[in-house]
Write a protein that binds this ligand. Sequence first.
Ligand code: UFG
Length: 331
Amino acid sequence: MSTSKQILVLGGAGYIGSHTIDLLERSGYSIIVLDNLYSGHKKSLSKNIQFEKNDISKNNLSDISDKYGEISGIIHFASFIEVGESMKDPYKYISNNIDRSTDVMEFMKNRGIRNIVFSSSAAVYGKDYKDKLKESYIKKPINVYGYTKSVVEDLLSFYDEIYGIKSISLRYFNASGASHFKNIGEDHPNETHLIPLIIKTALGLREKIMIYGDDYNTPDGTCIRDYIHVDDLAQAHLLSLEHLINGGDSDVFNLGGSRGYSVKEIIETTQNITNLHVNKEITQRREGDPDILIADYSKIQKKLKWEPKYEVDDIIQTAFNWHKNNPDGFN
Ligand code: UFG
């Protein structure tokens, strides 16, 4: 067995998981991935990764623990992530995102695993707040996806109180961009995210980008989001994991860049960076979209010394390079 610390990564073959695992590997950790490949790609992981293709369940997790031995920490990325879909098929989100996470907590309790980093989301905040979002704000999710993340955060707090399981919930704002270190990037089965769709349109792989509403309460009427580079997210996972392994306490952190861009601004920036035209059309609003979501990241900056390194130009440039060089993603 390996002498380096073993980390179990749930949903590790996905977009943020694969970028985080690359960093963990470079930092000397030994990784076990459990992923059912519903939306992940085994090709996004290096050959050294110990890989188990399966769903999350208490039994499957116990089998992994029996097979691999001591696990120093868990990173839990596995969930459905589409805001729009969660408002059309809520049960899919509740049964997967909440129920599977409670299996993870029970497994940790049963096997004495103390540390977990959980993928939460800016979607827990809802739409009532007009300024930069702080972790202390009361959560008011307006879509089922955000609600599932909020519930799991709360359950993790109870598992700390009752069993001493320590967790860091990371509330991602809009994850985007592609690796600076390896040929990996964003490849979702039915892409719904703004930046990859704009880039595919610029590359002629799609006819146009639909702008979901230009009547929001923002300067140009389109929604404002805080886009954060996936390599910056990876760094935050490493810091969070090490904080817990070193005996640190549970916490919740925003992961954003504290800067907002409207949908129209992202389209314009992509056109400027790539020198390509992006066809666009305004259509009706998508259900569950808040006008504006911008992070205040000063808490993680202060407590874990995390700082985002990459600006929006770099996000769009790295995403563009990935899609241009891999028009079929990992296929
Ligand atoms: N948008 C469009 N057209 C598209 C796709 C998106 O106009 O074809 C708009 C959306 O309406 C939204 C913005 O672009 O205003 C960003 O949309 P994304 O789908 O890229 O991202 P979301 O903000 O909806 O959600 C993402 C993640 C969630 C996470 C959230 C946190 O998918 O998991 O960021 O801010 F919770």
